[in-house]
Design a protein around this ligand. Structure first.
Ligand SMILES: NC(=O)c1ccc[n+]([C@@H]2O[C@H](COP(=O)([O-])OP(=O)(O)OC[C@H]3O[C@@H](n4cnc5c(N)ncnc54)[C@H](O)[C@@H]3O)[C@@H](O)[C@H]2O)c1
Ligand SMILES: [Zn+2]
Length: 341
C-alpha cells in the first residue's frame, strides 16, 4: 500500500500495523523531523524507540547491519513489532534487508525522506553493499506500506535533491519514454514545486510497480530493466569508495548506457545528446572522473547481478521507452568508457 500525504495524516494508516515500533534513522533526520514523527505515532497509541545509524553509503554494509540485529535483539523485536525505515535510500535498503532476515522476517514500513528514495524505493526489494562490490547482498521483501511526504524534501541540499531527479529521469524519461514532458517540466521540478513533484514521484513508482508486477524477482527478464543506467553506476560508486553519491553516479551511468546503446547500433546520437542535456540541466554530472581506471571499472562490472557466464549484460535503449537486455563485450565497453571520460 502506498500512501502519499503529509506526515500529519500518518495516523490514518497506523491501525494497519503492529504498535511496538523501532524507528531506524540517521541522527540528522531525527533532529529535523524526529519529534514530529514521534508525536503522531505516540498519539496513535504506538510505543516508539529509535536506533540511529551513521549517514552515508559507506555505512550500508554488514557491519552496521550487525549493529541493527543487536538493536532488534535488545529491544525484543518480534513478529508483533514493526520496524520503521525513516530516511533516504541507505536507511530504506538497510531496514528492508534487516526486516527480511531478522527472525526470518518481521514487518516493516517505509517513510522515505529523500526525493530519490520516494521516487525509487519501497517496492521491489533492497540491496546492501559487500566489501567486494556494491549491492551484492539483498532480498525481495515487501513493506506493509510506504508513506511519502513530499514536503520532507525541502531540507535536502541541492546536490541530494538533484540525485532524486536522476531517478525520475531514469524511470519517467528513459524507461517510460516521456523525455519531452520531463524537458518541459524540469524547471518546476528543480524549483521543488510540490504538486509537480508529487506527480513525478507517483509516476516513477507506478512505472516501477508495473515492471515488478510482471517479474518480481527478475527471473523472467523485465525486472532487470529497472537496472537501466545502473551497471556503470554501481561499479563507479565502488571504484570511488562511495565518495560519489548514487544519484551523481547515475547521471554518468545513464549517459554511459545511452552512448553504449548508440555504439551498438540502437539509440540515435541526437537522442543520446538530448539525454545528456537533460541530465546536465538537472545539475548532475555526465563524465567519468579523470582518475578512474577503466580496466578496474570493467572488472567491478563483472560482479553485477546481470552477469551470466562471465558476460556483462547491459540494459540498452532502442529508443526512449524501449529498454532491452544485451551482452556487451569488453572491447566495445572500453571504447564507450573512454568516450565517457
Ligand atoms: N532498493 C532500491 O530499489 C534502491 C533504489 C534506488 C536507490 N537505492 C539506494 O539508495 C541509496 C541512495 O539513497 P539517497 O540518495 O536517499 O541517499 P542517503 O540515504 O544516503 O541520503 C542522503 C543524505 O541525505 C540526508 N537526508 C535524508 N533525508 C533528508 C531530509 N529530508 N532532509 C535533509 N537531509 C536528509 C541523509 O542523512 C544523507 O546524509 C543508494 O545506496 C542506492 O543504492 C536503492
Ligand atoms: Zn538507483
Amino acid at each position: 500500500m502506498l500512501y502519499h500525504d503529509s506526515l500529519d495524516k500518518l495516523g490514518q494508516c497506523l491501525d494497519q500495523i503492529n504498535k511496538n515500533l523501532l524507528i531506524i534513522s540517521h541522527p540528522e533526520i531525527k533532529k529535523l523531523y524526529g519529534s514530529k514523527l514521534e508525536k503522531f505515532l505516540t498519539h496513535a497509541g504506538c510505543t516508539v524507540s529509535w536506533t540511529l545509524i551513521p549517514a552515508g553509503e559507506k555505512h550500508k554494509n554488514l557491519e552496521i547491519l550487525n549493529k541493527l540485529y543487536d538493536a532488534c535483539a535488545s529491544k525484543k523485536i518480534d513478529k508483533n513489532s514493526c520496524l520503521v525505515a525513516f530516511g533516504g535510500g541507505v536507511v530504506q535498503d538497510m531496514v528492508c534487508y534487516l526486516a527480511a532476515t531478522y527472525k526470518r522476517g518481521v514487518p516493516y514500513v517505509q517513510i522515505p525522506t529523500t526525493l530519490l528514495a520516494q521516487a525509487d524505493i519501497g517496492i521491489g526489494g533492497c540491496a546492501i553493499d559487500h566489501s567486494a562490490g556494491k549491492s551484492l547482498i539483498g532480498a525481495f521483501y515487501q513493506p506493509k506500506w510506504v508513506y511519502s511526504d513530499i514536503k520532507l524534501v525541502k531540507s535536502l541540499s541541492d546536490e541530494e535533491y538533484a540525485n532524486g531527479i536522476a531517478e525520475i529521469i531514469n524511470k519517467v524519461g528513459c524507461l517510460d519514454g516521456k523525455i519531452e514532458e520531463l524537458e518541459k517540466n524540469l524547471a518546476q521540478i528543480k524549483e521543488r514545486n510540490y504538486a509537480v513533484l508529487e506527480d513525478y514521484v507517483m509516476k516513477s513508482v507506478i512505472i516501477k510497480k508495473a515492471i515488478i508486477m510482471q517479474d518480481e524477482t527478475g527471473t523472467k527478464g523485465p525486472r532487470l530493466f529497472l537496472d537501466w543506467g545502473h551497471t556503470i553506476t554501481y561499479a563507479l560508486e565502488k571504484a570511488l569508495d562511495y565518495e560519489i553519491s548514487h544519484g551523481q553516479a547515475l547521471g554518468i551511468g545513464m549517459y554511459g548506457a545511452a552512448l553504449l546503446s548508440h555504439q551498438e547500433g540502437y539509440l540515435e546520437k541526437e537522442k543520446v545528446e538530448r539525454l545528456k542535456r537533460l541530465i546536465q540541466s538537472a545539475g548532475l554530472p555526465t563524465r567519468l572522473p579523470k582518475e578512474i581506471d577503466i580496466e578496474n571499472l570493467i572488472e567491478l562490472m563483472k560482479l553485477d547481478q546481470k552477469v551470466v557466464g562471465g558476460n556483462i549484460r547491459f540494459v540498452l535503449l532502442r529508443d526512449f521507452g524501449k529498454p532491452f537486455l544485451s551482452s556487451v563485450d569488453d572491447a566495445t565497453l572500453k571504447v564507450v568508457l573512454q568516450e565517457l571520460k
